[in-house]
Design a protein around this ligand. Structure first.
Ligand code: 4AD
Ligand code: MG
Length: 472
């Protein structure tokens, strides 16, 4: 017999309806629509306690906002063991303090989970901790003011990105995490095999290697969803994805993660690199303006340094790769790392180029074919260059990589990597109703680093992974 949740209607009544006697209300709702005289119940974590003669003042936060609700309780009603860090519920009446601030007056606080700093809780009240310190406690840092603001901005940014692409007719595609191709061809893939030797032995066919037994081939974690997006764009015209991406780079720099999120878009019937640049510029400005409005106070909380946002109303700068090289050559003496043309543009050079262009996001376009992946389309009239772009951000360097894709069947066949047999399907896209396409990938964490003026990319996502670190 089917059973139904009898308490469902009660639940709705207590949590959502405004006319029931006591409901749990989020701090953000209380502060947004302060309603003196209303009887409410709140739940959250104690951020600070101040004792006065007769009363005790408690700052409560529940993660719905960076702000705190002040709770006023007589000394005699304070439950034993109340300390900062504890989770509590409190029932009482809202009223305005003499300073005009909304506060909750209560005689009834219930400790849900006690918390003792003496027992090793690493976050003391009212102390400012450096990101290096809180990063040691990835499971506890969502309780800190700065990091909870970061997580809310991150969540809003995903929403803004989805709204942006949805409202312009793009279809969201779930590109796979498990894949048999190394899209970028940079040898930075992680291999994925079951951690069960007996299973692999059972599954292995005569000639297959044990590590290939599960899928009958080597399988990796995706370094980019681009090739799958291209397949989707050949039927849906405008597609995008925002998903986890994995790169086995042995870099612990402030800009590299082993697992990060990438926003990728791919558009069919598009054959100028300028068209890709227009999409990127419009998207970046639109999403950023939305976030500056919707998350203004959270953004202020997590900013580590002042960020000049005037770029959202300016045109992005554009440099040809050759122009960029000329600028670097003429400024050689200014770099710590010497500039050699054959070693390409380093992070220091990227940051210099953006500064040179007036500290606005700067596209570098038309790159030498030899240093870019196989799928990029040759520039018209110069077969040593490809129609590729990097977008460099002030103080950060590269945040977007993109290009037109080679849609000439024969040219692409020639350029396929040695293990090209696996990419027959990719060639098929050019054989059956092929169209020119172009697209790009934005490193989501690098974008947040730029937006928020954060120094280290490891502080832009909840559970960062980097070489020698995969905690939790
Ligand atoms: O420039 P990339 O390698 O481009 C691609 O993967 C293309 N297939 C995207 C496409 O055209 N659909 O990577 C795109 C962006 C970089 O510009 C950078 O912002 C970010 O991904 N990125 C990283 N972010 C954090 N940690 C790393 N290790 C990163 N590697 C790349
Ligand atoms: Mg790149």
């Amino acid at each position: 017999m089917i059973r139904y949740c009898k308490n469902y209607s009660n639940y709705i009544k207590h949590h959502f309806k405004r006319n029931c006697s006591t409901k749990t209300t989020s701090v953000i709702n209380i502060l947004k629509l302060p309603n003196a005289g209303e009887k409410i119940s709140v739940k959250g974590w104690v951020k600070a306690i101040r004792k006065q003669k007769e009363n005790v003042f408690i700052d409560l936060n529940d993660g719905s906002t960076e702000k705190k609700l002040q709770i006023l309780i007589p000394h005699k009603c304070v439950p034993k063991g109340l300390s900062t860090g504890s989770s509590i519920s409190a029932d009482g009446i809202l009223h305005f303090s003499p300073k005009g601030q909304i506060e909750l007056s209560t005689e009834n606080i219930n400790i849900i989970g006690p918390c003792s700093v003496a027992d090793g809780y690493p976050i003391a009240p009212k102390k400012h901790y450096s990101p290096d310190y809180t990063r040691q406690y990835p499971h506890l840092r969502p309780r800190t003011k700065i990091f909870s603001s970061l997580l809310r901005v991150r969540s809003e940014a995903v929403l803004a990105i989805n709204n942006y692409f949805n409202s312009r007719g793009y279809v969201y595609i779930h590109t796979p995490v498990l894949t048999c191709n190394d899209c970028e061809g940079a040898g930075e893939v992680f291999k994925a095999i079951p951690d069960n030797v007996n299973l692999l032995k059972q599954m292995a066919k005569e000639e297959t290697l044990l590590e290939e037994a599960f899928f009958d081939k080597k399988v990796f974690l995706s370094v980019s969803g681009q090739l799958h997006l291209e397949a989707a764009a050949h039927g849906l015209s405008k597609v995008y994805t925002l998903g986890p991406t994995f790169r086995a780079e042995n870099s612990r720099s402030r800009l590299h993660l082993s697992e990060f999120y990438m926003l990728e878009a791919e558009v069919a019937f598009l054959d100028k690199i300028e068209d890709v640049m227009v999409i990127i510029e419009e998207f970046m400005k639109n999403v950023t303006k939305t976030l500056l409005e919707t998350c203004e106070s959270d953004i202020q909380v997590c900013r580590e340094k002042t960020v000049d946002m005037s770029w959202v109303n300016k045109n992005f700068a554009v440099l040809d790769y050759d122009e960029a090289v000329d600028i670097l050559r003429n400024n050689r003496q200014k770099f710590k790392d010497e500039f050699y043309e054959q070693s390409g543009i380093s992070k220091e050079h990227e940051i210099f180029l953006v500064h040179y262009c007036g500290d606005i996001p700067t596209f570098i376009i038309n790159w030498p074919k030899a240093i870019k992946p196989f799928y990029m389309r040759e520039c018209e009239g110069d077969n040593e260059k490809v129609a590729a772009l990097d977008l460099l951000a002030p103080g950060v360097g590269e945040i977007v990589g993109g290009s037109l894709r080679e849609n000439d069947y024969n040219k692409l066949k020639e350029k396929l990597p040695e293990a090209g047999a696996k990419l027959d399907w990719y060639l098929d896209l050019r054989k059956f109703g092929g169209v020119p396409t172009g697209g790009f990938g934005l490193g989501f964490e690098r974008y947040l680093l730029f937006l928020l003026g954060i120094n280290n990319i490891k502080d832009t996502l909840p559970f960062p992974r980097w070489p020698h670190n995969c905690n939790l």
